[in-house]
Design a protein around this ligand. Structure first.
Ligand code: GLP
Length: 262
């Protein structure tokens, strides 16, 4: 089972992620970071950027792989995940843009793009720390309910709920949200050495409950984390509100040996 940490808010969660990744970069300057879009990781990226500055970390060799991208959307579009990762991660952290990869959503080459992406991750030595958000339906990356838990990077059809959830980034117009995407598979994500999933707010409470305390099922793709040897799930009180074993998670975290990292 994953370690579950219940924090005050997104900032507290972001600090935990930032410390973990800053320590990693200090020890491994060419660390491979798994990157996610969405609002959940934003505070974590902000805190990591602050740590990079304060600790004067050299990030010139750090590499990154994003989880997913819309299919058929110009990478220069402000809501493409390429643009989003540039804005929220590459620029604030000062990463070398040439070392940060985003799946290629070009419809003409998408058939092979998934295999190529997985091969590139492997060639880089695999992802050290993969940050994850979670969809209200339990998706990670863009692996919608029903996705194979062993899947590699590939094209997927977005669920209607996901398009509705993401319409806020497209002037509130669901018709502007692409119908397809390319996403790291659950099998790809599971190969990362450490997974850190962040979830905040009441809207995520049911997905968090299913992820942590439900059965392992393709119908809650994030539940695959129960099989990962090193997964950390950091939530706020609202997202934790439906967990039956909250007290145990709090107790375990409070008694964690001081020398032990997340
Ligand atoms: C999108 C992304 C996911 C993200 C999810 C939740 O579907 N593909 O990677 O986890 O949104 O987004 P948010 O963190 O904004 O709630």
């Amino acid at each position: 089972m994953a370690e579950i940490i219940i924090t005050k808010d997104e900032d507290a969660a972001g600090e935990i992620y930032a410390k973990c990744v800053a320590d990693l970069i200090e020890n491994k300057p060419d660390a491979v970071l798994g990157l996610a879009t969405g609002s959940s990781p934003l505070a974590a990226y902000r805190h990591l950027a602050a740590q990079v500055k304060v600790r004067k970390l050299d990030v010139s060799q750090v590499r990154g792989f994003a989880l997913d991208e819309y299919a058929g959307l110009d990478p220069a579009h402000p809501q493409s995940y390429r643009s989003t990762i540039t804005r929220t991660v590459v620029e604030p952290l000062g990463l070398d843009p040439a070392k940060v990869h985003v799946p290629n959503g070009n419809l003409e080459t998408i058939k092979d793009a998934g295999h190529e992406y997985d091969a590139a991750i492997e060639a880089a030595g695999g992802v050290d720390v993969q940050i994850l958000g979670i969809g209200t339906d339990g998706h990670i990356g863009f692996n919608e309910p029903g996705s194979s838990l062993a899947s590699g990077t590939r094209i997927k059809t977005l669920a209607e709920q996901t398009r509705i959830d993401n319409a806020r980034f497209f002037d509130g117009d669901v018709n502007q949200v692409p119908t397809h995407c390319i996403t790291q598979g659950i099998g790809t994500i599971m190969k990362a050495r450490h997974l850190v999933l962040l979830a905040f707010g009441e809207g995520k409470a049911e997905a968090v409950r299913e992820t942590c305390e439900g059965g392992i099922s393709a119908f809650c793709p994030a539940s695959a984390l129960q099989l990962h040897p090193h997964a950390t799930i950091i939530v706020d009180e609202a997202a934790a509100s439906k967990l039956a074993h909250k007290d145990y998670y709090r107790y375990a975290y409070a008694h964690k040996p001081a020398w032990q990292q997340i």
